[in-house]
Design a binder for this molecule. Structure first.
Ligand SMILES: [Zn+2]
Length: 271
């Protein structure tokens, strides 16, 4: 080997070692920095709003992408969402490694979030629910479809993730990056995906919109179940009606968020 090439190889190896000293691969990722208090408050409030709306309970989670670093996201530690405060919010890289957990446990299913953020640059907020209304549509042959205007975001369709396809016989949890990646692939470019016998994932570009969609997925599912139970054909929204309705929802969904947020902040205020 010519001397100059050998010297260059040595320098490259030395540089790689300097950047990645032995064992550094397992070190915690660096923080992307603190986020604005108002955004942090919205993330905390979203956890409590969704609990108040019976979309999540002791289980389920809400996350948001870091506003200045798309390779980080923020989510509560393993804790019932209604108990989350700003101090419980952890930062993760997109492989779902916590930045500085300080010994606090993470959700087993955090890979849902990391893998969807990897696959969907447009997504800035994610909710994972086990909401009761949507479960029947994850285990039956009836597809979840928009039956009223506030469910228009369910168009054109809602895919159902079958965990058996990704993991065989499992404990039903999205507990590995590989299962999370399969779920993200099933979601594709949609707003909502159901998880067979488990729940749903809901995505959006903002916290208020992801809360809106998580809630109205559940409401739409309840209404659709009732309509189907009445018998006869159901008159679903047409795809062009959904498109027109979505433009209005974009304009007005903040009104619902303001109401839900105010109720939560009143409850959180020191008495
Ligand atoms: Zn779950």
């Amino acid at each position: 080997m010519p001397k100059r090439v050998a010297a260059r190889l040595f320098l490259t190896a030395a540089l790689i070692f300097a950047i990645h000293p032995a064992g550094a691969q397992t070190a915690a990722p660096a923080s992307a920095g603190a986020i604005a208090p108002a955004l942090m408050q919205d993330l905390v409030v979203a956890n409590r709003v969704l609990t108040d709306l019976n979309v999540i309970d002791g289980f389920g989670h809400v996350s948001m992408r870091h506003p200045t670093d798309p390779n980080r996201y923020l989510m509560g530690r393993s804790l019932a969402p209604a108990l989350v405060t700003a101090d419980d919010i952890l930062e993760y890289d997109l492989d779902s490694n916590p930045v500085d957990a300080k010994g606090r446990a993470s959700f087993l299913e955090r890979f849902i979030h990391g893998e969807i953020y990897k696959a969907r640059p447009d997504v800035k907020a994610i909710v994972h629910t086990h909401s009761a209304g949507i479960i029947p549509f994850s285990v039956s042959s009836a597809p979840l479809r928009p039956v009223f205007h506030l469910g228009a975001f369910l168009a054109p369709d809602v895919p159902v993730f079958e965990i058996r396809d990704a993991a065989g016989v499992s404990n039903m949890l999205v507990s590995t990056p590989q299962i999370g990646k399969a779920l993200a692939a099933k979601l594709g470019d949609r707003n909502v995906a159901l998880m067979r016998g488990h729940g749903s994932v809901v995505v959006a570009a903002t916290i208020p919109m992801v809360v809106f969609r998580a809630h109205y997925s559940n409401v739409n599912a309840q209404l659709q179940s009732q309509a189907l139970a009445l018998g006869g054909p159901v008159n679903y929204m047409q795809s062009d009606e959904s498109e027109k309705t979505l433009a209005v929802i974009d304009q007005i969904h903040g009104r619902a968020w303001d109401l839900w947020k105010r109720a939560v902040l009143e409850k959180m205020a020191p008495k």
